[in-house]
Design a protein around this ligand. Structure first.
Ligand code: ZN
Length: 207
């Protein structure tokens, strides 16, 4: 199967319907195909669960008139990209707190250099220790920010004040996962809201 729709994100729930991570549609299809997970379809006011076969059948029924979904076309059939799947044997609950990771830092800072304020692609950004490592600065949410190469170079091993530079905002640990927050603004992921109560905001991203 090849389709850009396979890069779409799918919310993964554990056995108890708590959101645990986000993966891409390609992996989601593989998990449903292997019966590790089932598709969760939400149509107000209730949801239904489907194995690969029933999801494929339902997709074929809906294909003619449903234009809101994304579709993957194979040689033999067309199937809708699921938005949510549920792991059949996974009971672990998600860890509290937003994971401290490069991706989440970039998302928190919206890919903007926190010194000059300009936007960059991820590959053009570096992570800067506000209080330099050489002075005991730690890799923590409140001491790591995105910086462009130019600003990082200019700041070198100094604190912002010494370099006559200013942070555009005070770095903090985000309350909610910034990547999910961003995705929730897209219509195609709005179904996720059902499963993202405050307790489950901090799902891990694995795509
Ligand atoms: Zn900069």
């Amino acid at each position: 199967m090849t389709s850009p729709a396979l890069q779409s994100s799918v919310l993964v729930l554990n056995n108890h319907f708590a959101a645990v991570r986000i993966i891409n549609a390609r992996r989601a299809f593989a998990m449903v195909w292997k019966n590790i997970a089932e598709v969760v379809r939400w149509v107000e006011p209730e949801f239904s669960m489907h194995d690969f076969h029933s999801w494929k059948e339902l997709s074929q029924l809906r294909e003619k008139f449903d234009h809101t979904d994304e579709w993957v076309h194979t040689v033999n059939f067309t199937i809708a990209v699921p938005r949510i799947i549920r792991l059949l044997n996974y009971k672990k609950m998600p860890q509290p707190g937003v994971k401290f990771s490069r991706r989440n830092i970039y998302a928190r800072d919206r890919n903007r250099c926190q010194y000059c304020g300009k936007s960059f692609s991820s590959s053009e950004l570096t992570l800067d220790h506000v209080l330099p490592r050489s002075r005991g600065g730690k890799a923590t949410w409140d001491n790591i920010v995105c910086a462009c190469v130019k600003c990082n170079h200019k700041k070198a091993g100094r604190i912002p004040k010494e370099a006559k530079m200013k942070l555009i905002k005070v770095p903090r640990m985000p309350q909610k996962n910034p990547i999910i927050q961003h995705k929730l603004q897209l219509v195609k992921y709005r179904l996720w809201r059902q499963f993202l109560s405050d307790a489950y905001w901090n799902v891990e991203l694995k795509d």
